[in-house]
Design a protein around this ligand. Structure first.
Ligand code: NAD
Ligand code: UFG
Length: 342
């Protein structure tokens, strides 16, 4: 049985990946400081899988604490999700983002080096491409100017990881560049848990439908798209989690063609904000309060992926459509308050 360290494993994408790792018989250790998650997620991972992963409440920016975790375990690989992820917060508090996201990564890589750990998968983002010149965006597209400090931490992290793979003979790494992860586990037991007012579209939609927010504001109706609203490549979080399993297998089975690989993880299909709202209303048989407002500053008009390379090299394909994303997101939203009350 292979031992995998999952940082940020109680967070949104991490928890879905932990579930699939356990289901594939990996032995999972989670490190998470609960800065953007709740401990009931650990109970719910156990409810889904019948197994409780090892869990350490450690802040990755504390080198001594994270190193103590490495000295007790011999990991076959690390999946590094832990990071702060709000684009708008990063614009106002770049210090917080550079400190947390870069120091966590550096500490982790240092521990890996000192303990001869060979494999790391990193949570990157399509924001590394900035405003791409052409769509769909493929891995061959260059990094353009980062649109936020958050995006810059992802570009810098990818560069740091590549440098480490060049300098450490046994180290391999894969960065997965996620497009827009949405939806929740089909059980309704884990999902995205925005603490405070959500920045992102889908949690805002579900909270509006649940009566927590009065109405959704759609940012911009004058984009050059089929209905005037902005386009993104939404990917079901369970499909995204599966991409980590395939990437891990590629590493562990020594199938990588170079020491550092990077892949787009999306569906290749772009949907507008109104497409998402309509799908949510249709599949859940609900009416959503919404109105149009000004464009949100920093938003781009369109973003969607070319996933030919990840489909071919990882042998991974997304399976779920927009309706499954919207029905699972709503199922989860209806359960959240019960779990938060405990
Ligand atoms: P999340 O906030 O739900 O999960 C991140 C987890 O990491 C949280 O549980 C948090 O408590 C933990 N964490 C943060 N800093 C830590 C630290 N210093 N030490 C220990 N634990 C720490 O976020 P998510 O949506 O699951 O995102 C996971 C990763 O994917 C992040 O790196 C994020 O930047 C990246 N990503 C997310 C999206 C998205 O839209 N959700 C898109 C692209 C990339
Ligand atoms: N939107 C609204 N109203 C809202 C929230 C969002 O109309 O209340 C619109 C946005 O303007 C945008 C679309 O919905 O056109 C998607 O917005 P999100 O905030 O959900 O997603 P973004 O594409 O802006 O960014 C997200 C994450 C980033 C990540 C990026 C790529 O926030 O962290 O996807 O993965 F890097």
């Amino acid at each position: 049985m292979k031992d995998i360290l999952v940082t940020g494993g109680l967070g949104y994408i991490g928890s879905h990946t932990v579930v699939q790792l356990i289901e594939k018989n990996y032995n999972v250790t989670i490190v998470d400081n609960l800065s953007n998650s709740k401990i009931f997620i650990l109970d719910n991972i156990e409810k889904i899988t019948g197994k409780r992963p090892h869990y350490f409440n450690i802040d990755l920016t504390d080198y001594n604490k994270i190193n103590s975790c490495f000295s007790k375990n011999k990991f076959d690989g690390v999946i590094h999700f832990a990071a702060l992820k709000s684009v708008s917060e990063s614009v106002n508090h770049p210090d917080k983002y550079y400190h947390n996201n870069l120091n966590s990564l550096l500490n982790l890589l240092r521990c890996m080096k000192e303990n001869d750990i060979k494999n790391i998968i990193f949570s990157s983002s399509c924001t590394v491409y900035g405003q791409p010149d052409k769509l769909p965006v493929s891995e061959k597209s260059p990094f353009k100017e980062a649109e936020s400090p958050y995006a810059r931490t992802k570009q810098m992290s990818e560069n740091i990881i590549e440098d480490f793979t060049n300098s450490i003979s046994y180290l391999s790494a894969i960065s997965l560049r996620y497009f827009n992860p949405v939806g929740a586990h089909h059980s309704g037991l884990i999902g995205e848990l925005p603490l405070g007012t959500p920045d992102n579209l889908v949690p805002y939609i579900t909270q509006t439908a649940a009566g927590i927010r009065q109405e959704l504001k759609i940012f911009g109706d004058d984009y050059n798209t089929h209905d005037g609203t902005a386009i993104r490549d939404y990917i079901h979080v369970e499909d995204l989690a599966e991409a980590h399993i395939t990437a891990l297998q590629r590493m562990i089975e020594n199938k990588m063609k170079s020491k550092y690989e990077y892949y787009n993880i999306g569906t290749g299909v772009g949907y507008s904000v109104l497409d998402v709202v309509k799908s949510f209303e249709n599949v859940n048989k609900l009416k959503l309060n919404y109105s149009f407002s000004e464009r949100r500053s920093g938003d781009i008009e369109k973003m969607f992926s070319d996933c030919t390379i990840s489909n071919k090299k990882l042998g991974w394909n997304s399976k779920n459509g927009l309706d499954e994303m919207m029905s699972s997101a709503w199922k989860w939203e209806k359960n959240i308050s019960k779990f938060l009350k405990g």
